[in-house]
Write a protein that binds this ligand. Structure first.
Ligand SMILES: CC(C)(COP(=O)(O)OP(=O)(O)OC[C@H]1O[C@@H](n2cnc3c(N)ncnc32)[C@H](O)[C@@H]1OP(=O)(O)O)[C@@H](O)C(=O)NCCC(=O)NCCS
Length: 205
């Protein structure tokens, strides 16, 4: 039976991006619905929860970003800046499950000329790790990228110690494209930075 999202499901099958609803209100919000997760716009009300994720050392080290303490005021400023002048090269979503925000994901560095984008995801609620929520969110994002944004390549960076993420991305069709040796400082040691990518035809294949 074809998987609801991901590669080898083919354009004739129902896939993530086809379960896209435009709500009937004037805002016409874009919402991507899967079996377990819904991807929707980030709202101001999400910020306190996102602050908890941003200040969780385990989550930040998994993501590979240098751990920097964040404040609600800082997140609010970022939010206001993006709301008043939405960047054209990125699209962020909240990952919602069981009625709550469990993390964020999105496309950034969108190159409309070469039609590629970088994918980022962070499930901040650790109760939801390793249960297929990431795979489904990434599958929905790929459907959004390839079908709704007409991109042809999606890529990402992940540090080599993040085996769960790499397995999750592989299950969505990503392959390793390159490796920057000892590129990431991970709380006391250097680890490789892995570049992964998936082409639209592979995903559709
Ligand atoms: C990385 C991340 C997005 C992965 O999402 P996840 O939901 O935890 O991972 P998944 O469940 O999709 O995949 C992990 C494993 O579950 C498996 N899996 C996926 N869907 C499954 C399903 N429906 N049933 C059973 N197993 C499944 C995957 O194949 C993978 O294999 P494994 O069993 O050998 O570990 C998430 O863990 C996270 O955000 N972590 C913190 C921040 C981070 O690491 N960000 C990424 C930076 S690059």
């Amino acid at each position: 039976m074809p998987r609801p999202d991901g590669p080898r499901t083919g354009p004739r099958h129902l896939r993530g991006a086809e379960r896209l609803d435009a709500t009937p209100d004037r805002d016409q919000k874009i919402v991507l619905r899967g079996e377990k997760v819904t991807l929707r716009a980030v709202t101001r009300d999400d910020l306190p929860r996102l602050l908890g994720f941003a200040n969780d050392l385990e989550v930040e080290l998994a993501g590979g970003d240098p751990p920097v303490p964040r404040t609600l005021e800082g997140l609010q400023k970022d939010f206001e800046r993006e709301a008043s002048d939405p960047p054209r090269d990125r699209t962020n979503f909240v990952i919602e499950a069981d009625g709550g925000c469990i993390g964020t994901c999105g496309l950034f560095n969108i190159d409309a000329n070469a039609r590629h984008a970088e994918l980022g995801i962070g499930i901040g609620d650790k109760e939801y790790w390793g249960r297929g929520y990431g795979r489904e969110a990434v599958g929905l994002l790929l459907g959004y990228a390839f079908r709704l944004r007409n991109l042809r390549r999606v890529w990402l960076e992940v540090h080599a110690a993040n085996g769960r993420a790499i397995r999750s991305y592989r299950s969505c069709g990503f392959v390793e494209e390159g490796r920057m040796r000892e590129h990431v400082w991970l709380g006391g040691r250097y680890v490789d930075n892995v570049i992964m990518g998936v082409l639209r035809e592979e995903w559709e294949g």
